[in-house]
Design a protein around this ligand. Structure first.
Ligand code: AN0
Ligand code: CP
Length: 320
């Protein structure tokens, strides 16, 4: 595997889930696979779960791990080719990336969306420079437009908790004070479309996700209608994807608190489980009561990030 950003790179979704189950049951079975191999994790943004779970996954596979916070202690990086570097950026990504590649066998990259230039973000400019110039397999630890390790962990969690063969899964937008990327809902939509679930997306008008990810999934603008009969409620804020109006890309179009998931909202469902990728702002996205309820899966969902990361890194190790 040269790079990992989406569901289809793991073969069929059933194969991916079977591999994840094997890893969950046998976390230390492949320690030889990673012996003397080094994972470099490069962060352009903050992280708690991705940082810890991906390290833990690599350690379970017997690997060595190096972590670089680009914004803390490294040289400020220029990412655009052709600029006269007379500002505050001391080094170009075009040298930094192959140098990083020379120190490791696999690279994980977290490179958030800037949310100002849609074309730049959706071209995955930073991630693709790692793929092109590092000479090593690269996986997404949340890039500008995707968060596949999260979506895979979400799917594993749904598999573990579903009580129906084909559960109804609802992705709902919820309010947030800051503009957030579309990476989590993009990947969640992409993975739910290939999973055996009845998938519905609900959000205020203007928040339509890119068709590249949401495809022909059902969109229901009436949140109450969307929630009816739901088995899983997956809440997430995202900023305007700029699909209907490119000028609105990255903007906050609504802070409508009636979209916050509280007990009243959950009462519309079929006793659904509540999910969120975390970090979550309580009483903006979800009420204290719902996130603390026995139907909340946020902690096991986060714990499954080790499983999704380990499944992906193992596949990459097997292909080295
Ligand atoms: C990020 C986001 O919405 O993409 C990370 C989530 C995994 N969230 C925040 O920055 C709060
Ligand atoms: N869910 C997730 O990726 O969290 P972090 O941003 O803390 O890594």
């Amino acid at each position: 595997m040269r790079y990992f950003t989406s569901a289809n790179q793991l073969g069929s979704i059933d194969e991916a889930l079977a591999a994840a189950k094997y890893i969950k049951d046998n976390p230390f079975a492949d320690q030889e696979l990673g012996r003397n191999k080094t994972l470099l994790m490069v962060f352009f943004n903050n992280s708690l779960r991705t940082r810890l779970s991906t390290q833990k996954a690599a350690l379970n596979l017997g690997m060595n791990v190096i972590v670089l916070d680009v914004n803390q202690g490294a040289w400020k990086l220029e990412t655009e080719r052709g600029v006269v570097m007379d500002g505050d950026k001391s080094e170009h990504l075009l040298e930094a990336v192959p140098v990083m590649g020379s120190f490791c066998d696999i690279i994980g990259v977290r490179s958030f969306a800037g949310l100002t230039d849609r074309d730049y973000d959706y071209a995955e400019t930073i991630f693709n420079q790692f793929v092109k110039y590092s000479g090593k397999p690269v996986f997404a630890m949340e890039t500008a437009t995707v968060h596949p390790l999260q979506a895979f962990a979400d799917l594993i969690t749904i598999e573990e908790h579903k009580t129906k063969a084909r559960p109804k899964v609802v992705l709902t937008w919820a309010p947030h004070p800051k503009a957030l990327p579309q990476a989590v809902p993009n990947s969640f939509a992409e993975w739910m479309r290939v999973a055996d679930v009845d998938f519905v997306v609900t959000h205020p008008e203007g928040y339509e996700l890119d068709p590249l990810f949401v495809g022909d999934a059902r969109v229901e603008y009436d949140q109450r209608k969307a929630f009816e009969g739901a088995d899983f409620i997956y809440a997430k804020n995202w900023s305007c994807p700029g699909v209907t109006n490119p000028a609105d890309y990255g903007k906050i179009l609504s802070k409508d608190m009636s979209w916050m998931v509280d007990s009243e909202h959950m009462a519309w469902t079929d006793n659904a489980c509540f999910m969120h990728c975390l970090p979550v702002r309580r009483n903006m996205i979800v009420s204290d009561e719902v996130i603390e309820s026995p139907r909340s899966l946020v902690i096991p969902e986060a714990a499954n990030r080790v499983v999704s990361a380990q499944t992906v890194i193992r596949e990459i190790l097997k292909s080295l």
